[in-house]
Design a protein around this ligand. Structure first.
Ligand code: LLP
Length: 436
């Protein structure tokens, strides 16, 4: 998939670069990002808006994969940036990302984070709750900077996805609740606040969504509200942010729509609703994370030990696991993979791919068809670009992998591999009690 090919020697090639060589040069586990595919995905979203001639922003939900080079690429692609913490904002500042295109999310932004956002004069804060509304107004006044905001509302739409990544349902920690009417109070308060500039509203219904139904329902809900606000206190939003959540294909059987189709459907419904309500067409913002970087990422692992249990199963263990990809353990997420050094050979066996963490749940793939694999073969696992490195951790004090970008036959390291010294960088030695 993507720009991947198989070379004459049977090696998996991504972005014109031989992955077996990459594994040799940078070691494993290694995240490899196909930059051309990220460009293509960004364009798919942007073209869909341009075609309909609708003002828009496509904000990269950077939680999916953040590092300075990724933020610089996002800037180059004309994307805005959705950050959810001081750490992501700091990375954006350091990467030189234009602050006017940064949107700040989160259900519990600290006062320090809000101050940082106001000082950096970012494009917009997506306000989640009453506490934040009051504090942001106070900080904006103190720093003499009128902050643009959106209000996050919980549209009460259930997305059909894993419970942990479903966010739009009524009983959620995110946003202003619609059913109890809190959202009206929030909108009126924000609208009347002289230190806040209320641009509009935001909703995000969940992640890894394959259909447009949920988005359509969210738009419909939002317009019911908009009409009410216009009548009650004259507020007309200029921005509708419909969040992210567009699904990607991890395994055969996953059936996402092409990226642009989600957008086209949203635009159609917003146009129709705006006309019905006699309102000018608002700007539409979206926040894709997974669908921009997910299928662009491939993880390369070296195969180590094997275990054969007669009549039961064959295990192949790799040099990473839940330390670089938590998704199978956390969400029972499924992946596909091939042997990168023998990509031309037919799959004649099935292996279950185990990680190296001391935990039975550390399994990456169950029953993966592969050629007869051996120690030192390279396993490539596809579609690890979103929430892979981003959720990587140092469980068992396993150093986090390196990350390279590949494009047009060239590779660029964008995150170096953690070394053992990095692991103890923050450790302080035990202080012995001084004998009196
Ligand atoms: N906007 C908001 C407000 C969000 O909460 C999220 C994701 C996104 C945008 C981007 O969603 P995406 O386009 O990437 O689906 N760790 C989980 C996914 C958590 C998503 C959290 N919020 C996973 O690995 O599946």
């Amino acid at each position: 998939h993507g720009t991947s090919q198989i070379s004459e020697q049977g090696h998996l090639v991504i972005g014109g670069v031989n992955t077996v060589e990459l594994a040799k040069q940078y070691g494993t586990p290694l995240f490899v990002y196909d930059v051309a595919l990220i460009r293509e995905r960004a364009l798919q979203f942007q073209e869909a808006f341009k075609k309909e001639n609708v003002p828009y922003q496509v904000a990269y939900a950077s939680k999916a994969f953040s590092c300075m080079a990724m933020f610089q690429l996002a800037d180059e692609l004309g994307l805005s940036l959705d950050v959810v913490s001081g750490g992501e904002l700091f990375t954006a500042i350091e990467a030189g990302f234009p602050m006017e295109r940064v949107h700040f999310h989160g259900n519990n932004k600290s006062l320090e984070e809000l101050e940082m956002a106001v000082e950096a004069q970012i494009g917009c804060v997506v306000v989640d709750n009453f506490y934040e509304l009051a504090e942001l107004s106070r900080i904006s006044k103190e720093k003499n900077y009128k902050m643009n905001i959106l209000l996050r509302i919980t549209p009460g739409v259930e997305a059909h996805t894993h419970d942990y990544i479903s966010t739009g349902q009524e009983d959620s920690k995110f946003g202003f609740d619609l059913v109890s009417g809190q959202v009206h109070e929030a909108v009126q308060t924000a609208f009347e606040d002289e230190w806040l500039n209320l641009l509009g509203v935001h909703s995000h219904i969940g992640s890894q969504i394959f259909e447009t139904t949920g988005f359509v329902m969210a738009v419909e809900k939002m317009f019911e509200l908009v009409v009410e606000w216009k009548e009650r206190f004259g507020f007309i939003p200029t921005v509708l942010n419909l969040g992210g959540g567009f699904g990607i294909r991890y395994i055969e059987g996953d059936t996402p729509l092409p990226a642009g189709e989600y957008v086209t459907k949203m635009i159609e419904v917003v146009k129709q609703k705006a006309t019905e309500a006699d309102l000018t067409m608002p700007e539409i913002w979206i926040e894709p994370g997974r669908s921009l970087v997910g299928d662009a990422g491939t993880t390369l692992y070296s195969i180590g030990s094997k275990k054969h249990i007669p009549n039961v199963r064959d295990y192949l263990a790799v040099d990473g696991g839940m330390s670089d990809n938590l998704r199978p353990a956390l969400y029972q997420a499924e992946y596909e993979g091939v042997l990168a050094n023998r990509a031309n050979e037919e799959a004649t066996e099935t292996f279950s791919i185990a990680g190296k963490c001391c935990e039975s749940g550390d399994m990456l793939i169950w029953d993966l068809p592969l050629p007869k694999a051996n120690h030192e073969d390279i396993l490539a696992v596809f579609c690890t670009g979103a929430y892979g490195y981003a959720m990587a951790n140092n469980y068992n004090r396993i150093p986090r992998p390196a990350v390279v970008f590949v494009e047009d036959g060239e590779a660029f390291e964008v995150i170096r591999r953690e070394r053992y010294e990095d692991l103890i960088r923050l450790d302080l030695p035990l202080v012995k009690k001084v004998a009196k």
